[in-house]
Design a protein around this ligand. Structure first.
Ligand SMILES: Cc1ncc(COP(=O)(O)O)c(C=O)c1O
Length: 348
């Protein structure tokens, strides 16, 4: 039985167990359904087995050795990947401007953290991809145990993970890919290739682009390391089954005809939008991350105008450009707000 069905099922036993709300006292009434579905590992329900089956099913969908459901975001996935691959004193290569969890993961394991730089694109105020050539130079120079690559970057810059993985294999280095912003990639050929088939570990946030609730995420493992043991070191023994059930439902949705159609519609609409916004410049490898700039305005000025005059809040801005994040919930109406920018003619 799926985790989703287990949570819907009426339990006939009287439970003198945790959780203490017993699904009966809704201290925050607005979320009463959440309380009702919030259960522990009791024999009468046995969500543990259902969770294991849901993860097995996910692993088949993503074609991995294992796929683990995370309720501590991609952060948890990065921590577990580093714990699984590095021991104290091992060298861990991370990008200098990476998400703080990369450094935290190294600190936690006692790894020797070595930071690498990426080429800065001064026209757009963002960093470019890690190239296979740079990777080989880094591995030769430092002889690390593992390397973490962020792909896509926040702004949608994608590294050639297939080639990078070949180099990592050649040097016997574990490859961990932070694909937090790329959870839609396995479900459309029009998006960049997912790292999942190539990397030893790939981490994806479902909550960022794929419709998941904060902070649901996935850790895909395609190597022999004991990822479950690593996860056990950083995970509570009282998981939130309602949250885990949303992950099961999320994957089912993304993999369904309806979900895939939604992704294609999103891409179609953004492609059309871009063709109308001829007054802006666009950049990046991932069409769903709308990275724009306007001649004569800094990214910050553009961001302020969008906020003050168009009621639009962007995801991330730098000196040169502004990034508007879209995802599975970005519908026609939301994108129509951006279409208004075709008459945008502000300058300093
Ligand atoms: C590139 C990148 N990696 C990892 C994370 C952490 O993800 P989560 O919030 O799912 O823990 C973030 C969050 O912003 C991120 O941008």
């Amino acid at each position: 039985m799926s985790l989703i069905s287990i949570l819907k099922k009426k339990n006939k036993k009287t439970l003198f167990t945790t959780p203490s709300h017993s699904g009966r006292i809704y201290i925050l009434k607005k979320f009463y359904q959440w309380y009702r579905a919030d259960i522990s590992e009791v024999d009468a329900i046995n969500p543990t087995e259902a969770l294991a089956k849901a993860e097995e099913k996910a692993s088949k969908i993503y074609e991995t050795k294992s796929t683990s459901f995370l309720t501590n975001g991609s952060t948890g996935g990065i921590l577990a990947s580093v714990i699984a691959s590095c021991k104290q004193g091992d060298k861990l290569l991370i990008w200098k401007n990476s998400h703080p969890c990369h450094k935290n993961a190294g600190t936690l394991t006692g790894a020797k953290i070595i930071e690498y730089e990426l080429e800065y694109n001064s026209n757009w105020g963002i960093y470019e991809a890690l190239t296979p050539r740079q990777t080989e130079e880094l591995l030769k120079k430092h002889n690390p145990k593992a390397i973490i690559v962020t792909s896509p970057s926040y702004e949608g810059i994608v590294s050639d993970i297939e080639s990078i993985s070949k180099i990592c294999k050649k040097y016997g280095v574990y490859l961990i890919v932070d694909e937090a912003h790329g959870a839609l990639y396995p479900f459309s050929d029009r998006l960049p290739k997912s790292a999942i088939p190539y990397a030893d570990f790939t981490v994806q946030s479902l909550h960022k682009t794929a419709g998941g609730i904060n902070p649901t995420a996935l850790l895909h493992c395609n190597c022999e390391l004991n990822v479950k043991q690593a996860l056990a070191l950083i995970t509570t023994t009282s998981p939130s089954y309602p949250m885990l059930a949303t992950i099961e439902a999320n994957i089912n949705f993304l993999n369904s005809k309806r979900g895939r159609k939604k992704i294609e519609e999103l891409i179609d609409r953004i492609v059309e939008l871009r063709s109308k916004l001829t007054n802006f410049e666009f950049y990046g490898d991932d069409v769903t991350k709308i990275l724009i700039k306007k001649q004569g305005l800094s990214g910050y000025e553009l961001s302020d105008i969008l906020f003050d005059r168009y009621n639009i809040e962007d995801e991330k801005t730098n000196e040169k450009s502004t990034m508007l994040l879209t995802g599975i919930g970005t519908d026609k109406t939301k994108l129509a707000k951006l279409e208004k920018l075709k008459n945008f003619n502000f300058t300093k």
